[in-house]
Design a protein around this ligand. Structure first.
Ligand code: SF4
Length: 265
């Protein structure tokens, strides 16, 4: 525990060490912690916990600012509980491997028309660009940003014990619209089909989730699914997470295998 400086404005910082290397938990913290930023070099994850900035390295955690010694002690206990909770719930959490990369605001501004129209929900293009730079907004919120040329999709690689051991990132060419524009006959989910498939699940899939699952089986990205179903990429992502949680799987292939087994595709 340390109190830098001696002036009235200084605050306490706390550091504590872990018994084991915690880096395997980083993608799970990245998925659930507020404002999480996963970094590769050095290997660390930052997040906010009760307005306190936490930086977790594989072997230690540093948190600040804290009011005083008592606050530091109490806060340390709560962060440890938070991390233990993530560890316990690990199998229910869809890990997020996305590494935080800060893009210069000036680069982002080149994509925007600078009209400050406010349609994105932010007061100005500059504010929106700043939020995008910190990865706290989605580009699709601005209707004037074109479609991406490509999209990176990261898939988890599982070891023999089913645990995530690494990940593979693929570039998806989103400019190839030929396949997307083909007339697709989404299988109509009659009540009986849906009922039978859902009977095997603790929580039923909705009709919309089944539609998303069908498009996932066709190899479509979240962006492509959003265009096909006229919903935002963010909504598609939520559907995908719900599908994973309901099926008890953690990647797209497993979800698709489940759908094929139940003759939904
Ligand atoms: S919607 Fe686009 S153009 Fe309008 S304020 Fe937001 S970023 Fe700027």
């Amino acid at each position: 525990m340390a109190k830098p400086g001696s002036d009235g404005g200084s605050s306490v910082m706390v550091m504590f060490h872990f018994e084991n290397d915690l880096s395997f938990l980083f993608p799970y913290i990245n998925a659930v912690a507020k404002g999480a930023e996963l970094h590769e070099t050095p290997d660390l994850i930052r997040f906010m916990f009760d307005d306190v900035h936490c930086v977790v390295y594989p072997e230690r955690c540093i948190a600040s600012p804290l009011k005083d010694r008592e606050h530091a002690k109490e806060f340390t206990g709560r962060v440890i509980n938070f991390l233990n909770e993530i560890l316990e719930r690990k199998d229910e959490i869809v890990p997020k491997f996305k590494v935080f990369k800060k893009i210069p605001v000036t680069d982002i501004l080149k994509l925007l028309p600078i009209t400050n129209c406010g349609e994105c929900g932010y007061a100005s293009c500059m504010t929106f660009a700043a939020m995008l730079s910190k990865q706290q907004a989605q580009p699709s919120k601005c209707p004037y940003v074109g479609l991406p040329i490509n999209e990176q999709v990261t898939y988890p690689v599982h070891g023999n014990d089913g645990k995530v051991v690494s990940s593979v990132t693929l570039d998806v060419d989103t400019s190839n619209k030929e396949e997307i524009s083909q007339t697709e006959n989404l299988k109509s989910f009659e009540n009986e089909t849906l009922k039978e498939a859902n009977a095997s699940l603790p929580f039923s899939l909705t009709k919309r989730e089944l539609e998303v699952l069908t498009l996932m089986a066709k190899g479509q990205t979240n962006r492509e699914i959003s265009e096909r179903l006229y919903i935002s990429p963010h909504t598609v992502k939520s559907h995908v997470i719900h599908i994973f949680n309901k099926l008890g799987v953690n990647h797209r292939t497993q979800a698709v295998v489940w759908a094929v087994r139940h003759e939904l595709i």
